[in-house]
Design a protein around this ligand. Structure first.
Ligand code: KIV
Length: 316
């Protein structure tokens, strides 16, 4: 894996790796060779730097304690996964938003475990530093704690992810407890939970007014149940700030204001691949839709006019 273009804050040096491994950091050959004195017979003058290690859930919790924010994006394929990691994104989510952004559904509800696992496997395989989190899709964990653990185990074994995410607050506390007891880290998701959009009456801000207390209870319940972090979607900024100040686990905002410990967006939204009306919380950092439309339009023209393929792209 090439070095990070914009290394993330956890991208480790050899000494950080050594600390993680419980060994002394630094140059193993120090005292006998230096960067200026090549080793005899062409060997390396210094021990090669240990490869950067994977970010762990504990790194993200520590970052919160130290007041460092981190970034999360969705990813559903190898190229975006590798690129986002290189650009410094600390955590990647194979969201059930693949339903809308990969499979062409109108909601997140139809996507299945069997459809998400290959996407998650591609993201996990293409990365070496980011923490990879997979969403448990609708219908794969609601029935019982046993069902939730079995689904989470599938994502760990078949996709190689490092954590799972599920939607729901206090009502999902026993699922979170069961999955974490099985040794699998859980990211919770409260506030607006798209899998429950029909129950919530559509895309609406959650936790306004008197509902704020219930949202606080949800946040406390998921933390108490063992979640290592919690996504808050479409929650008033002040309330999200209050949750963030109270919990020791990191909060990940999406439409929850600037006081969260981390932020997450769907990549097709933030890169402007998806067009049309976007939720208020989406910021478009690029216009990939125009870039691709222009490139493909030029390709079509050149195919039709015979400009492509040029002689240098053809074989004798
Ligand atoms: O599925 C998803 O993409 C999500 C987030 C954007 C939080 O759940």
């Amino acid at each position: 894996m090439p070095e990070a273009a914009h290394s993330n804050q956890f991208t480790s040096t050899s000494s950080a790796n050594a600390a993680d491994n419980g060994t002394a950091g630094g140059n193993a050959t120090s005292g006998t060779a230096s960067a200026e004195q090549p080793a005899p017979y062409g060997g390396p003058a210094t021990a090669p730097a240990a490869p950067p290690r994977r970010i762990r859930t504990l790194d993200l919790i520590k970052a919160k304690a130290e007041g460092r924010r981190w970034a999360m994006l969705t990813s559903y394929d190898q190229y975006t996964a590798a690129l986002f990691e290189q650009a410094g994104v600390e955590a990647l989510l194979i969201g059930d938003s693949a339903a809308n952004n990969v499979y062409g559904h109108a909601t997140t509800l139809p996507v299945t475990v069997d459809e998400l696992i290959p996407l998650a496997r591609a993201v996990a395989s293409a990365t070496s530093r980011a923490l990879i989190v997979a969403d448990l899709p609708f219908g794969s964990y609601e029935i019982s704690d046993e069902q939730a653990v079995a689904t989470a185990v599938r994502f760990m074994k078949e996709a190689g992810v490092h954590a799972v995410k599920l939607e729901g607050g206090a009502r999902m506390a026993s699922r979170i407890k069961a999955i974490t007891t099985a040794g699998i880290p859980v990211m919770a998701h409260i506030g607006f939970t798209p899998q429950a959009e029909h129950n919530l009456g559509g895309y609406k801000v959650q936790g306004r007014g008197e509902a704020g207390e219930a949202l606080l209870d949800d946040a406390r319940a998921v933390a108490e149940a063992g979640a290592f972090s919690v996504v808050m979607e479409m929650v008033p900024s002040g309330l999200a700030g209050q949750v963030t100040a109270e919990l020791t686990i990191p909060t990940v905002g999406i439409g929850a204001g600037a006081d969260c410990d981390a932020q997450v967006l769907v990549w097709q939204d933030m890169a402007g691949l998806r067009t049309g009306r976007a939720p208020r919380f989406v910021k478009r950092y690029a216009d990939l839709h125009s870039v691709l439309t222009e490139a493909v339009g030029t390709y079509v023209e050149e195919v039709k006019s015979g400009v492509f393929p040029e002689p240098e792209r053809s074989f004798d």
